[in-house]
Design a protein around this ligand. Structure first.
Ligand code: GLC
Length: 439
């Protein structure tokens, strides 16, 4: 593998998608700023230009709501994007910022990881002032998560829409949506096979072959779910009072646990003390994660907040407790075995976003089978957390080979490495840079 060439290619993608102070995930398909995308992008950019990496994160704070929420999308300006902004209508909420249009939902809390990754490249005094700058926004975000999304103080954050998980159409979400939130008219459209009409209004299937995206029915159900949240002006309490579905999402809560640990480090470095209430909530999450463990199948699952039952549909999230870093060594060892099992995650081009033994598995379909570079990156970190250095190095090498062979695509077939989704995808490029520079 020609590492120099790969690095240049990755830099080229980030340049192509740079919009000044922020980077779009992909030129045509995703023309706005996304929350966890920008975090991954900053993790790559830190190796090229520290100030630009910092700007990637500070530009996310433009979108922070006054209640502390960090939205998953900050919309780009311009008439051509008016329809996207109008779909969300963030102005309906009194907490949304005046100057920028955003979505009304959040995404996995990767910000602390990105802040610390940048900090690692700085000398101590600069690191301290960088942390001080980002600290208030981080605290407010984590306080918002616990204040609004853990109303019963159970320790697990509740997500209200699949988009918040970042793994939009992964099996636990699709199965919940189908069980509890298939509105009569969405079901009727499916029955009458009218769903083809939806193609007329979808942006993604204009750019990407439909087999690689969510189905029209799923897209409609997402849109209907979004409209319900919009009608309640994105007020979590009002939404939860009449929620059709709400999920204690495994991946999100694992990422939160890691973010909490990092937030404690940030506070320590800057000589601050985290509020007691927040510390208590953080500790609760670590304990509560264990309620998601299913001994029979030997994996963690997401849980429905409404029925309080585990959603027994495995996905790539099953491996993220390694990234959280708080599970026992014994459980970690059981998860690592799944990476080596053909029934689960062992693939020519690992790691598939859904295990092979899932009825949902499809090597082409978005978060229902393809390999993604960001989840590989999280798993590599997780393996390192538990001392699985050889396994981490092997996955790093395989991921770099995959990208070197097939380009900087959004996702790839785990079977033959075929590139899928959007080409020139920013986090693929940024994390390729990070994997190259940290090996
Ligand atoms: C898709 C992905 C989500 C990502 C966004 C922008 O919606 O599912 O995780 O943030 O695209 O790249």
């Amino acid at each position: 593998m020609d590492e120099e060439k790969l690095l240049e290619e990755a830099k080229g993608v980030l340049k192509l998608n740079d919009r000044g102070g922020y980077t779009v995930p992909a030129t045509d398909l995703y023309p706005h700023q996304w929350l966890w995308d920008s975090c991954f992008i900053a993790i790559g950019l830190r190796h090229l230009d520290i100030e630009r990496a910092q700007a990637e994160l500070t530009s996310l704070l433009r979108g922070q709501w006054s209640n502390g929420m960090l939205p998953n999308i900050i919309f780009s300006e311009g008439e051509q994007y008016r329809r996207d902004r109008e779909l969300w209508r963030s102005y309906l909420s009194p907490y949304s910022p005046d100057k920028v249009a955003t979505s009304g939902l959040t995404q996995p809390p990767m910000l602390a990881e990105a802040v610390v990754a940048i900090g690692e490249k700085m000398k101590t005094p600069e690191r301290r002032s960088w942390y001080k700058k980002m600290y208030p926004a981080l605290i407010r975000h984590h306080e918002w998560l616990y204040g609004e999304r853990d109303p019963h103080k159970e320790g697990l954050i509740i997500l209200l829409h699949p988009y918040e998980s970042g793994l939009d159409n992964s099996p636990p979400w699709i199965s919940e949506l189908r069980k509890h939130s298939m509105l009569w008219w969405v079901a009727a459209i499916e029955k009458l096979r009218l769903d083809g009409v939806v193609n007329l209004v979808r942006r993604d299937t204009r750019h990407i072959p439909p087999g690689q995206r969510t189905s029209n029915i799923e897209a409609l159900a997402y849109w209907a779910a979004l409209r319900r949240l919009r009608r309640k002006a994105y007020n979590s309490e009002a939404i939860l009072n009449h929620a059709l579905f709400a999920v204690e999402d495994l991946a999100f809560n694992c990422i939160l646990i890691r973010a909490n640990t990092l937030l404690k480090n940030i506070a320590e470095t800057t000589g601050r003390t985290l509020p007691d209430e927040l510390l208590t909530a953080m500790a609760r999450t670590e304990t509560a994660l264990e309620q998601l463990w299913d001994e029979t199948n030997g994996v963690y699952y997401s849980r429905s907040f409404i029925s309080h039952k585990l959603i027994e549909e495995p996905s790539i999230a099953a491996l993220l407790p390694l990234y959280a870093g708080t599970i026992s060594k014994e459980k970690a060892a059981r998860l690592v075995q799944l990476l080596d099992s053909r029934k689960w995650f062992k693939a020519n081009w690992p790691v598939p976003s859904v295990p092979f033994n899932s009825s949902y598995f499809d090597p082409l379909k978005y978060w229902q089978g393809p390999t993604w570079v960001n989840t590989n990156w999280l798993i590599i970190k997780g393996l390192e957390n538990y001392g699985y250095k050889d396994e981490a190095d092997a996955l790093r090498q395989k991921t770099l080979e995959l990208v070197a062979k097939n380009g900087m695509s959004e996702y790839f077939s785990p079977i033959n490495g075929q590139p899928e989704g959007a080409p020139n995808f920013s986090w693929t490029a940024a994390l390729t840079i990070d994997l190259l520079k940290t090996s």
